[in-house]
Design a protein around this ligand. Structure first.
Ligand code: WT7
Length: 692
């Protein structure tokens, strides 16, 4: 390990501000990262020797071109895909500056293509029809299945034909509420094939959340299954859908088609509630359709999917991605960040209900013709060795997961890992939240036997694909740092006034110009799109994350700086949880903050004021938690309810969350100035009730 000197891709030689002047609400994890940033972990010669980008010099050369000539860089890559017609003269056009007019991003406009065709037909036509596209591993060990690229194409065509037959057309939305069965990627691809817009709702969301999304995008059809087993539990998905459909019908949104897959491993059809006319069993209709289906050719800028995500206010945002740029970007990021080889077997543990499952279970890998594992179950069922059992069973080479899983497996003990071979593993990946250095090291040393580089990929639902990520083999890693920007990405760290900081600095993470995978709008609310992402720092896309850059130019993500919390890599708006809590008849007010959590990264900590005269009780505490589970989903259930006779507010009535965060994390000597509160005594009351 020699001395590490290199020209940083950004302006590293100017050192202006120090970490202590950090303007952001650094999450505790972020601070922990800071002290360990100097350690470098070098890729082995063997790995670098075979890597696609084998050196920093090679990266810098490509990076430089991607910034100086984005049109040339990306059109060279885009040309590797199938386009029915090539895009127009202008490869891209953008306005990211609100002061200059409406925000607008377009890539490959005028280009006519289809992402399903590029994922499936193109691979079949180039001789990969017999290659395994999906290995499916069921919840119970021993239950499994697989599909080759040809078989997958046939299944997708059958569903596409069915959807067309029931009247789903180009531009129509289809809501998908499915667990990790092969039918989930099949459904996404079938929608894409006919130009319909899929909106996958994670099958852990409650009926109310599902109803909210159905009412927002008004789908032509809903696709679900009767039930799923996750770990030892059976979840009756069809019942949740029934409730959601009844709810949306009340608002005049009625759904004519509810296609239901019979998941016999969880429940037989006889036990499923049924509405004749609307509900139809997948197995009764879809297999009867032809196994070929004409592709609907679409413009690069036609919508591909909608995916709802949480923001600072109560209403979820429908993030809209379009076809061409997203296709080129997910394929390219996948290929480089995992150093993909055709012989790889790739497993991403994320659910297709989140963006990770869209970009890196379905589209990115399949565009590369990769073999992908789709896992239905829970990663520590029947025991915490399940992941490595699956790795050995399928000889997984690329394993991509979230820090929360790494931490929970780490706690279960090394013996669950070391009893498996894991020899096949080549590259490990992490996503969803900052990975703390101790979890990074365990992942690296124990899971990867100190052989496999870790791609800590920073990105968001909005970005479509990786933004800051290691390219394994190209440069040394620092545990906990996502390292450097991907091709075409120009990160900018700005201060609270929007001034771009240079060199070593801390601030708000923004991006200076567009990249092909960027989202184009929030569905039905372009104004909110501009306000949330482009108005805070004019001239930039604002990510909502805090970030610092060290003296070597490495980027360190420190967590959200807005009212969004990250629980086990799931993004939850504090306002959503608050609005669920106050819907409880005995709750008059609530304030929710994130608090450090050993396994989940952040936990949900709720301060609750009860209606006049209502006494605190354990029963009431439970009923408040149930209310949140029902309204949002089990993953959003508060970890702690803190009874609050009053909340700390300024004289103008604004809740001072800074103080609540300190109380929640028991940093009572760091409460800061409380004199501006309308009633400073509420703080003492809250502290007194801390352990109630
Ligand atoms: C937020 C986006 C992107 C897929 C999963 C989550 C946090 C994501 C990292 C990382 C530090 C990360 C950020 C971001 N985040 N990846 N590697 N290091 N933080 O997607 O639900 O849209 O959440 O997740 O805070 O803003 P999402």
């Amino acid at each position: 390990n020699g001395i590490w000197r290199h020209p940083c891709p950004m302006n590293m030689n100017v050192v202006t501000s120090s970490r202590s002047s950090c303007p952001i609400n650094a999450v505790v994890l972020g601070e922990a990262l800071a002290s360990e940033e100097s350690e470098l972990v070098f890729p082995s010669k063997d790995f670098s020797g075979q890597a696609m980008v084998a050196s920093l010099e090679k990266y810098l050369e490509m990076y430089k071109r991607s910034i100086e000539d984005p049109a040339g860089f990306w059109s060279d890559i885009a040309s590797q895909f199938y386009w029915k017609e090539k895009w127009g003269k202008q490869v891209y056009s953008e306005n990211l500056d609100v002061r200059k007019g409406d925000i607008k991003i377009e890539w490959f406009k005028g280009g006519i293509t289809n992402i399903c065709y590029n994922c499936l037909d193109r691979n079949v036509e180039t001789g990969n029809g017999d290659k395994i596209a999906i290995y499916w591993e069921g919840n119970e060990p021993g239950s499994d299945g697989s599909l080759t690229y040809s078989q997958l194409l046939q299944k997708v065509c059958q569903l596409a034909n069915y959807l067309k037959d029931v009247g789903v057309k180009k531009g129509d939305a289809v809501v998908v509420y499915l667990p990790m069965l092969m039918e989930l990627p099949i459904t996404m691809l079938a929608c894409a094939r006919i130009g319909a817009i899929h909106s996958v709702v994670f099958a852990g969301f409650s009926s109310e959340s599902l109803a909210q999304r159905i009412m927002d995008c008004k789908p032509k059809a809903v696709i679900t299954c009767n039930a799923v087993k996750r770990g030892p539990k059976v979840i009756y998905l069809k019942g949740i859908v029934d409730t959601a459909l009844a709810e949306s019908a009340k608002s005049g949104i009625s759904i004519d088609v509810c296609l239901t897959y019979e998941n016999q491993s969880a429940m037989m059809r006889g036990e499923t509630k049924w509405q004749e006319g609307r509900d139809i069993w997948w197995q009764d209709v879809v297999p009867k359709y032809p196994t070929t289906c004409e592709v609907e050719w679409v413009d690069a800028e036609d919508p591909l999917f909608l995916l709802y995500t949480s923001g600072s206010t109560g209403k979820p945002k429908g993030v809209l991605h379009t076809t061409g740029g997203y296709m080129v970007y997910t394929a390219t990021t996948f290929k480089y960040a995992f150093d993909y080889k055709p012989s790889d077997v790739y497993w991403c543990t994320a659910d297709c209900g989140w963006i990770t499952g869209h970009s890196y279970v379905t589209y990115g890998p399949m565009l590369n013709g990769a073999t992908v594992i789709v896992f239905e179950g829970a990663p520590s069922y029947p025991d915490p060795g399940r992941c490595w059992d699956i790795v050995d069973k399928y000889k997984v080479t690329l394993f991509y997961t979230a820090p929360t899983l790494v931490r929970s497996l780490m706690r279960a003990g090394d013996e669950y890992v070391t009893r498996y071979s894991r020899k096949s593993l080549r590259v490990l990946g992490s996503v969803g939240e900052p990975i703390n250095p101790s979890a990074w090291r365990w992942f690296f040393n124990v899971v990867g036997d100190s052989r496999c580089p870790i791609s800590d990929t920073w990105w968001q639902t909005e970005t479509g694909g990786f933004m800051i990520t290691p390219l394994p083999g190209a440069w040394p890693q620092k545990p906990g740092s996502a390292t450097f920007p991907f091709f075409g990405v120009q990160p900018a760290i700005v201060d609270e006034k929007g001034l771009k900081l240079e060199g070593e600095c801390s601030g708000y993470l923004c991006v200076k110009s567009s990249w092909p995978g960027a989202f184009r709008t929030l569905y039905g609310d372009h104004e909110r799109y501009e306000t949330t992402y482009f108005k805070p720092f004019p001239g930039y896309y604002f990510s909502g994350d805090g970030c610092s850059r060290d003296k070597d130019g490495y980027y360190w993500l420190t967590g959200r700086v807005d009212d969004v919390i990250n629980v086990s890599g799931h993004r939850i708006g504090t306002a959503e949880v608050e609005s669920a809590l106050v819907s409880h008849p005995q709750c008059s007010e609530a304030a929710v903050v994130g608090v450090e959590h050993e396994v989940k990264g952040q936990g949900i900590y709720a301060f609750v004021t009860l209606a006049d005269g209502v006494p605190y009780s354990e029963e009431l505490r439970k009923s408040l938690v149930v209310t949140v589970r029902k309204q949002i989903g089990a993953f959003a259930a508060p970890d702690k309810i803190h009874w609050a006779p009053g909340l700390p507010k300024t004289r103008s009535g604004k809740i001072m969350r800074r103080i609540l965060r300190k109380i929640a994390s028991r940093q009572l000597d760091e409460l800061g100035d409380t004199s501006t509160l309308a009633d400073p005594s509420v703080v003492d009351q809250l502290i007194a009730l801390s352990d109630s």
